[in-house]
Design a protein around this ligand. Sequence first.
Ligand SMILES: [Fe+2]
Ligand SMILES: [Fe+2]
Length: 238
Amino acid sequence: MYNLSQKLADIIHHDHQLLPILNRFGIRLGFGDQSVGEACKTHSINAEFFIEILNTYHDPDYFPRDRFLDFPLPLIVDYLKKTHQYYYAFYIPEIEKQLNELIASAPGENILSLLTRFYLKFKQELHEHLHYEDQFTFPYVLNLQKLYELGGPITNPELLPAKSIIEFEETHSDVDSKLLDLKNIIIKYLQADYNDNKCNILLTTLYNFEDDLRDHSRIEDKIMVPKVLQIEKLLFPS
Ligand SMILES: [Fe+2]
Ligand SMILES: [Fe+2]
């Protein structure tokens, strides 16, 4: 596991897949010999939270649930929102660009238009999910946190929410299954005369995105949701 006294540069040499996480926290390259702790200080980042996020991305088997549950909800939601922004600004355009390059490498092949159809289904599912969380789930969580800080339980019926966090977070598996469909059509059924390298690049990006999404959803399902459920119980005892 990485720790706060290690040099950030050494960590990146060891696992360069962590680079996007650094960007999400506002750390850009050129950090010299700074340790993780020093870099966090420079960028006013909660170092304990940052190192736990780095370690969970680095090792899929590492997930310090109890440690995460100690961090405040606004910090967790802020990180989740930044991850969405990264998906919108980087991953989705990048996948689209690589898919278009693959299609351009094999003009007139029908299987590639099928691939585009699967991609569009996945993109729609993903967009709907991210948009829903940005528009409804995260504001709900932050509002609830504010109510909690005011003290509870809530007795004014106007302040009672229409639904619980459980109903907000139900669609992760739909996004996962559409991404699996997309990968499967490429791996199992792509027999067109396409450019192998372009196809490998696209598949690698899809796998990386899948890992990123898995970790993101894990923080939502296993940290944000249970924390919110706890607050709901305190504020709205039935
Ligand atoms: Fe999300
Ligand atoms: Fe989600």
